[in-house]
Write a protein that binds this ligand. Structure first.
Ligand SMILES: Nc1ncnc2c1ncn2[C@@H]1O[C@H](COP(=O)(O)OP(=O)(O)OP(=O)(O)O)[C@@H](O)[C@H]1O
Ligand SMILES: [Mg+2]
Length: 373
């Protein structure tokens, strides 16, 4: 192995390691099969997302009443909140077959033409990560969504001909974690857009109860609450933590998940009371203890915790910002009073948000400013 290969291998191992953190919102490869068993199959089994559920129920009931295919549906929101689940439910509620593909799998317009030409009336076509589709395929999709027709181009150059192809009416369900990356014309062609929100602890509590019942794991109310409160508002993480806690309960105790068991298991996996893992805590710790709460550039922060800048920015920061522990400001990252208190520290005089620093710090919150690195 050359030096460079060794570095690549080390880098890959490191990335794999991060991908396997217990609080990762994205699913790991072998997790998909486990998840399938826990997916709600019907709209009324879905926990939380009341508004989306009610809106979707209306769209589907109206379509059934008219005996037409429902409007195209766009599901947007962070990983692990239930987009794939809802896509499957839409097909199930309509009694229609579901066809699955994803943006990255459609590299040419021809790939999409092949899928569309194989569709039957009222099929549901689910395109996951729809923001990653190629541009020519996207343009073909516009026409298919609006007119149920595509032009298949045969040949190249001046001799090329476009053959129109009729497609039976279908419902497109697109899912994206990055709605902002979808071109306007594509977004506009969806009749209904559902934005999934992070879940409240009470909802996660119900999800844990439901999953535990399906997995036949005895869990008491306190045990459930403990798992729910560390799940970062994300059902996928709640289900994963439940599996880890179940293992612990089974090996170290009588199999029942109680608060104490959940507590000990999650301590072992280094997921703290707010759902922070080792990396999240390291970032806060360095920010407060070494840099007095900031502001400090993200590159400096990354070096201090021994990680790549991208890792700190993309893996740790989004959640720290979301729960209000860290703020991105034009002058760098700052710790909020909640972060200090989470670490069991008091905000020292002179730190951002301390009484002595308040007036000046007000200017730090400029959302539009590009955070310096
Ligand atoms: N509202 C819900 N009620 C109960 N369980 C849920 C709910 N939403 C999601 N889940 C569970 O969370 C897991 C992840 O959901 P899903 O795969 O639908 O997320 P996703 O939004 O498609 O994520 P990704 O962006 O990574 O594709 C599923 O196994 C499902 O059981
Ligand atoms: Mg999905």
């Amino acid at each position: 192995m050359s030096g460079e290969d060794a570095l690549d291998a080390a880098e890959q191992a490191h990335l794999d390691d991060l991908a396997h953190r217990v609080v990762e919102a994205e699913a790991s490869g072998d997790e998909r099969a486990v998840e399938a068993a826990l997916r709600p199959r019907r709209l009324d089994e879905v926990v939380g997302q009341e508004r989306v559920r009610e809106q979707l129920a209306l769209v589907l009931a109206a379509a059934r009443g008219r005996e037409r295919t429902p409007d195209h549906v766009l599901l947007s929101g962070p990983p692990g909140l239930g987009k794939t689940t809802l896509a499957m439910i839409i097909a199930a509620e309509m009694g229609s077959p579901l066809r699955l593909t994803s943006g990255p799998a459609i590299t040419h317009a021809g790939d999409l033409a092949a899928i569309l030409s194989g569709m039957n009336e009222s099929d549901v076509l689910f395109v996951d990560e729809i923001h990653r589709m190629s541009r020519p395929a996207e343009e073909m999709l516009y026409m298919a969504m609006e007119d149920f027709r595509v032009d298949v181009v045969i040949g190249k150059g001046p001799g090329a001909t476009a053959i129109p192809l009729e497609i039976p009416p279908f419902t497109l369900v697109g899912a994206t974690t990055r709605a902002g990356l979808l071109p306007g014309p594509l977004r506009d062609r969806f009749g209904f857009t559902a934005h999934l929100e992070f879940y409240e602890p009470a909802e996660l509590d119900r999800i844990v109860a439901r999953s535990a019942a399906l997995m036949e794991v005895p869990v008491d109310a306190d045990g459930r609450a403990e798992i729910a409160s560390r799940s970062r508002g994300t059902p996928r993480i709640a289900n994963r933590l439940l599996r880890r806690v179940r293992d612990y309960a089974q090996v170290r105790s009588d199999g029942t998940v109680t608060r104490d068991i959940a507590h000990r298991a999650l301590d072992l996996y280094e997921v703290d009371a707010s759902g922070l893992d080792r990396l999240d805590r390291a970032v806060l710790d360095v920010l407060c203890r070494r840099f007095g709460g900031g502001p400090v550039g993200v590159s400096t922060l990354a070096v201090a915790v021994g990680e790549e800048r991208e890792t700190v920015e993309e893996v740790a920061e989004p959640f720290l910002v979301r729960i209000g522990f860290l703020a991105r400001t034009p002058r760098g990252r700052v710790a909020t009073p909640a972060a200090w208190s989470h670490l069991g520290l008091t905000v020292p005089a002179g730190a951002p948000f301390s009484d002595s620093a308040l007036p000046a710090e007000a200017t730090l919150f400029d959302e539009d400013a590009d955070p310096t690195g």
